[in-house]
Design a protein around this ligand. Sequence first.
Ligand code: F6P
Length: 373
Amino acid sequence: MNSEQPIRKIAISTGGGDAPGLNAVIKAVTISALNRGWEVVGIRDGYNGILFPDQYPDRGFIPLNRERVRGITHRGGTILGTTNRNNPLRFPLSKPDGTVEFIDRTDEIIAAFHAQGVDALVSVGGDGSLEIAHALHKKGCRVVGVPKTIDNDLEKTVITFGFDTAVAFATECLDRLHTTAASHGRIMVVEVMGRYAGWIALNCGIAGSADVILIPEIPFDIEVVVQKIQQRDAQGRNFSIVVVSEAAHPIGGKIIAQAQFGRQERLGGIGEILAAELEQRTGKETRLVVLGHLLRGGSPTAFDRLTALRFGAAAVRALAEGIFGIMVALDPPNVRYVPLEKVTKRTKTVPLDSDVIRTARDLGICLGDRLGS
Ligand code: F6P
């Protein structure tokens, strides 16, 4: 990858958990690049196509042309595949003595780009993928990042694509759960993804008229949640909807997580504990629904499609303008460029003084720390 020569061929990689809108980015990058006379290749399964070429009949690279990206804007998932394992910056290598060493394999990615004649990379992903993109940039690669995640936890962009679709689906689920909860006079606990940020829970909870929303940013007091449910009962509303984010935790308690070898910890399980606790303390029948990976599936909303298409086209414009080592970001009304170093190794959590938190409180929704009316 010679940073002096004009761009003739670019690669695109999708990494981390999938999010609705990835295919729209792939389409926008491909068409925008082809329209500039560039060639485009997709890397299979994050960087696995390069790290394990023997496992792929196409040696891990897919040539992308108009035919290949036709009719994919509205499709969930990614036609390139993705993974949240085998981080090339900390690749787990098993040694003969049974121990494991973590090694940096990014030089192999750069060597593969040289071998393929790839001049620049568009890396679409969350914090992990953008950290890899930043490392490749520091090694001389022409790289542009595109922010993706249903969690909306990336810094310096107002929103990531995938988030709107996840919130829309979760809200529809809350609408459906309302009627059954009301019919049976039950408590419905709904656990949603979001990692260490409560964006999904807060947004779907408000839009879906939840009575209680528990997010990691506000540790909860179980007594307050019980009182909220009892208050509703006393007011003649004999059912309650409780939305809980996967990393929500009680005051002084821990996030429920399982360690995973060489990977980010797996969150989830708080819903089950909470539902049992609420049933026992209130005496009300309580049911749990874990939305989990359903939030990552389905067709992207119009907003996510448009954001993804805008991000993809902007990423190619940045490359054409000779601007590298940046991430494209939504800063309404425009898409702008922010340096990757200002984005990586951070988490955008919900600010406690944000308008959305205040809206929830003004509507009388209990956030687990005080009752709400
Ligand atoms: O980052 C997206 C996300 O869906 C998180 O909300 C969740 O904690 C995690 O990925 C789940 O990852 P996996 O697909 O490995 O279960």
